[in-house]
Design a binder for this molecule. Structure first.
Ligand code: NDP
Length: 271
């Protein structure tokens, strides 16, 4: 039987590139997104079902899973990809904005997983692939919310793997570096409060630093290739780094240890 993947946040970037790659590899694809009516490209591909799923809306999660299983009979792999980045001084965020970051990147991922795990358990098979980030392994100034959410994804994924293994399931974590998608554009929730003068120098340095980092961003198709490898390599490997920048930074932290690595980050910001 043909394999089926369900992808969250398939309207753009990594999610869309992954939907196209798996379709080209002869998989069935349940490409879920908040606004399926706006999607034109994926709808034209055979074996791709485009359907609504907002990770913060429980009803849309269960509807998408039900519609997907009705169409293809089964789901083998869940790709928890939907997410965005909230950056800025904590003081500049309302509670609503804080909650939205964690509801999307963390609670949403948990709820979609929770909704599919009974299906995987019944099948004694099934894989969850969570999109973390190199931002789940290191932090930048004013990234308390985004890095906090991705550190949470790392811990959640590692712990959940023990559970999944009890019935033959598997967890994979993908850690991309900077990727040329909508992430640094419409998916960036950038907040600042210019009246808090103590932060402004560092805010400006962060903006400059992020701009440089994204000048060398890799393509979303590179991450899709790594996700495909994770889904199909048949190993128990848990973490997959995607991109040379991520590889360098993650290995550097491991080699230096926490304190020396954080000193290096400070140096980059002239601190
Ligand atoms: P994009 O902005 O291109 O894609 C983000 C996707 O998430 C969009 O499809 C967006 O949908 C979707 N999304 C946001 N909120 C929700 C929600 N509530 N329910 C369902 N979907 C939602 O960026 P990327 O492709 O880069 O981001 C994908 C993932 O990769 C994220 O988890 C991000 O944190 C991670 N990542 C990105 C990196 C990068 O440098 N680009 C680096 C490392 C990790 P909509 O079109 O409706 O807004």
């Amino acid at each position: 039987m043909r394999n089926t993947i369900l992808i969250t946040g398939a309207s753009s970037g990594i999610g869309k590139a992954t939907a196209k790659l798996f379709q080209s590899k002869n998989w069935n694809v349940i490409a879920t997104m908040r606004n399926p009516e706006a999607e034109t490209e994926l709808k034209n591909l055979e074996r791709v079902l485009v359907t609504k799923l907002d990770v913060t809306d429980d009803q849309s999660i269960s509807d998408a899973i039900r519609i997907g299983i009705a169409e293809f009979g089964n789901v083998d792999v869940l790709l928890n990809n939907a997410g965005y980045g909230a950056y800025g001084p904590l003081e500049a965020f309302s509670k609503e904005q804080v909650v939205r970051q964690f509801n999307t990147n963390v609670i949403g991922l948990l709820e979609v997983s929770k909704a599919l795990i009974p299906h995987f358990r019944k099948n004694k098979n099934g894989m969850i692939i969570n999109i973390s980030s190199m931002a789940g392994k290191m932090t930048l100034p004013f990234g308390a919310l985004y890095h906090g959410s991705k550190f949470a994804v790392e811990g959640i994924s590692e712990a959940l793997n023990f559970e999944l293994e009890q019935f033959g399931g598997k967890m994979k974590i993908i850690e991309p570096g900077t990727i040329a998608t909508e992430f640094a554009g419409r998916s960036l929730d950038l907040q600042n409060d210019e009246t808090i003068i103590e932060y402004q120098d560092l805010v400006n340095k962060l903006m400059g630093n992020v701009k440089v980092m994204f000048e060398n961003a890799s393509e979303a198709t590179m991450v899709a290739d790594v996700i495909y490898e994770a889904a199909t390599d048949g190993t128990d490997k848990l973490r997959y780094i995607a991109g040379e920048d991520a590889k360098m930074i993650i290995e550097n932290r491991q080699a230096l240890g926490d304190d020396a690595f954080i000193k290096e980050i400070k140096k980059q910001f002239g601190l």
